[in-house]
Write a protein that binds this ligand. Structure first.
Ligand code: FES
Length: 125
């Protein structure tokens, strides 16, 4: 990219970038938030994140965003993930091993059925 010469040019670039972000967000019907706080990482959250990304890929699901967050304050049930689908109450799942991550994606995201034995919280954290 060349040198930005004016404020006007800078604003234009910013506007374009915002438009792109909005478009990307608009194309998604939900997100999976993986808690990557210290406890989460110690409990294996990196493997969970990897399993989430790989499973979405395997199932050709590209309308779910994957986001990392800090601590959700749920140490005893880490690794945790939040599944937030458009128009639905967000669900926090705990003890999300890579196997459980697969189960959650197949059941909650593909079939629309909550995995009740892994739910630790409903609603915003
Ligand atoms: S301190 Fe954040 S999950 Fe334990």
């Amino acid at each position: 990219m060349g040198k930005i010469k004016s404020l006007e040019e800078l604003m234009k670039i910013k506007e374009e970038a915002l438009k792109n972000v909005k478009m990307r967000e608009a194309g998604k019907r939900g997100k999976i938030v993986v808690a990557m706080g210290t406890c989460g990482i110690a409990a294996g959250a990196k493997d969970t994140l990897k399993a989430v990304v790989e499973t979405l890929d395997e199932l050709n699901i590209d309308d779910i965003a994957v986001v990392q967050s800090g601590c959700m304050g749920l140490c005893e049930v880490e690794p945790t993930i939040e599944v937030a689908l458009e128009g639905e109450e967000p669900i926090i799942y705990g003890r999300v091993t890579p196997e459980n991550a697969k189960r959650i994606i197949k059941s909650h995201i593909v079939d629309g059925e909550l995995v009740s034995d892994l739910i630790v919280k409903r609603g915003e954290v």
